[in-house]
Structures are given as C-alpha cells and as structure tokens.
Design a protein around this ligand. Structure first.
Ligand code: FE2
Ligand code: FE2
Length: 358
C-alpha cells in the first residue's frame, strides 16, 4: 500500500507540537498540489485517480473476508423506483424565495454552511462571486474551478456526512416528544429517519470510491460535533425554521450535483466517463439501477433526484403546522391527481403549500 494511513487510535496521542508540524506540512503540500486530501485507489493524493475496475477502486470498507458467512442485509427503507426519463426531465435546480424572517434566517445559515464547506473541500470558482442558492442563474453562471474526480468526491463526502444529520435529529426529537408527551406523531418520524438513511447511503456509495485522508476525517468529525448540537438546539426552538434550512441545504446539494453532471457531460471528468468505470454494487443494489444505466452520470442523476426529494419534503414540512398536521408524504390520496408521495412523479421543487395538502 502506497498510502501511509494515520490510525484513528494514534491521533489522540499526538502531542500538540507534532500536530502543529503535521498541519504545517499538510498546508504546504496541500497548497502545492491544490488537491483535497483523499486517498484514491491506493495512490497518494498527488497522483491521478484511477477508476479502472476493481484494481482502480480502493474501498474504504471492503467486503467481509469471512467466506461462507458472507451475508447482505436488506435495505431498511427500500428505495422507490425512479423513472429514467423523470431523472432528467423532472429534476432541476430550483429556489424557493424566502417569505418571512424565519426563511431568511434559514437561508443565511445555509450560506454560512456553504462557505464552510467550500473552505473544507477547497472548492473554488473561476468567478470572484460565485452564484449561490437564491441568486438568478445559479447553474449557468457558476463555473467550478477545474474540478477533478478527486475534488468532486471530497466535496460529496463532506456534504453527505453533514446531510445525514438533520433527519436523524428531527426524527429523534419527534420520537422523544411522542413518547414523552404520550401523543401521536402524525407520521413524520419515518420520513425523517428514512431521509437520514438515504443520505448515509449516498455517503457509503462515495466511500466505496475513495478513502478520506486524516485531514478530511478531522473536518468531518468537527463538522458533525458542531452541526448535530446546533440542529438539536435549533429544532427544539423552531422546527419550522430547521425544515426550511434543510430545504435550502438540499437546494445547494441539487446545485452541486447538477454542476458535477454538467462537468461529466462536458467531458471534463474522463475517469468517470471511461467505459471501464464501474459504480459500486452497493449503489446498484440500493437504487435497483437497471443494466445499461450504471454509469457515474446515472448514479449522480439518482443521487441528485434524492436531494431534490429532500428539498421538496423539507420545504413542505416547513410550510406545515409542526404539532398538528399529518405528514403528507405518507398519506393515501383518493384521486389520481398530483399529490405528495415517495417518488418523483409529482415532485414539487419549492414544496407543497399547506392548503394544497391539508
Ligand atoms: Fe445526499
Ligand atoms: Fe439530501
């Protein structure tokens, strides 16, 4: 193995001086290579990412070596079917304009988080003032700065490690509220926990392609510590603002995956366009991706659709009465008219208004 890994257990034992030296050393090498610290295919960060078959993919958690006892666990929440055409026709970047102070606070917090994510993943643009959620023409006027497969993966991994937090916090708090107050939850918990599960599947998929370096692992650790506690306290104070916040966060996620897909279509990510490139079996199983539709572009389309679904769900939940209203995504509807559901057939980018679903 060409990569020298820092074992998890050794990090706490490092002295402050050693840590300081390591940071200085990282900073110098990082500036020189301008590459996020991810280990790909057993190669050091400075080398090219190889994406050819098994040899080219270094899994962060390879399959079990216990021959004869290998087993697969069934997905706790089987993924709904996504129509191939709908993945491209019905999913696009969109923005819900803030309508009150709560919305504006939520959008400001997402912009702060976006700044932190750009810093952590060294995401740059060719323009001085890149477009963000809420800006006009956010997709067409934002040009990612020479993003490579490595840099996109670093961004995806950091983004997904954060994205898996809010659903779990919200679901946990609503669960605790229900058993503490001896009240029904109105069907919100399952959708929220399912969202967290789905985000974790995104993360596991990308971890099948690359192993984060120790710097990224520390960033993820710190981000989760701050984000979990912030979400916990914020959700106790204003769950509605938190759902709006997640809605805006998902708008950013849709924007990120849209830009990555554009790079792929423009031929800027040749390792992922290589016909020999295989997406992880884990992804094929989870999304039930049909044969002939298992390219990296297809995978990103599936993940982007998931993010668009989270955007719809959270903007909708942010429109509802948090204590009384049922979760419209688990209701059974009588007529065959557009309505909230698990799939993307009737997806609504800015969420369903309360009077449309209650
Ligand atoms: Fe995600
Ligand atoms: Fe998401």
């Amino acid at each position: 193995m060409l990569v020298t890994r820092v074992s998890r257990s050794s990090i706490p034992r490092q002295t402050t001086l050693q840590f300081s030296k390591a940071v200085t050393s990282f900073s110098q090498s990082h500036t020189a290579s301008n590459s996020p610290c991810l280990h790909f295919a057993g190669l050091p960060c400075s080398q090219n990412f190889s994406s050819t078959s098994k040899v080219g993919l270094r899994e962060y958690f390879p399959e079990s070596k216990h021959h004869g006892n290998v087993f697969k666990t069934k997905s706790s929440w089987p993924h709904p079917h996504y129509d191939e055409v709908a993945l491209t026709k019905k999913i696009a970047f969109a923005h819900r304009k803030p309508r009150d102070l709560s919305d504006r606070i939520a959008l400001s917090m997402v912009r702060l988080l976006r700044w932190g994510t750009d810093l952590a993943t060294r995401y740059k643009h060719d323009v001085d003032f890149p477009k963000k959620v809420g800006d006009a023409n956010a997709v067409t006027e934002t040009k990612p700065y020479s993003m490579s497969e490595q840099k996109w993966l670093a961004r995806f991994i950091f983004l997904e490690s954060v994205a898996g937090v809010p659903g779990m916090v919200a679901g946990m708090l609503r669960h605790l509220h229900s058993i503490r107050r001896l009240e029904r939850d109105n069907g919100w918990i399952e959708t929220l926990i399912e969202e967290a599960y789905n985000e974790r599947m995104h993360l596991l998929t990308f971890l099948k392609m690359a192993e984060p370096g120790w710097f990224m692992k520390i960033m993820i650790l710190g981000a989760q510590g701050v984000f979990f506690n912030s979400m916990f306290l914020s959700y106790l104070i204003s769950p509605r603002t938190c759902h709006r916040f997640v809605g805006y966060l998902e708008e950013e996620a849709v924007l990120t995956y849209t830009l990555a897909i554009q790079d792929l279509e423009a031929g800027k990510l040749p390792k992922w366009s290589d016909p020999k490139f295989r997406i992880p079996d884990l992804a094929v199983d989870y999304w039930n991706i049909p044969e002939g539709q298992r390219t990296m572009q297809d995978l990103l389309l599936y993940i982007r659709a998931d993010e668009a679904k989270h955007r719809e769900v959270n903007h909708t939940l942010g429109n509802l009465n948090q204590k009384k209203d049922p979760n419209p995504f688990v209701l059974t509807y009588k007529a065959d008219v557009p309505h909230p559901g698990k799939g993307i057939e009737y997806i609504k980018p800015s969420g369903w208004e309360r009077d449309e679903v209650i």
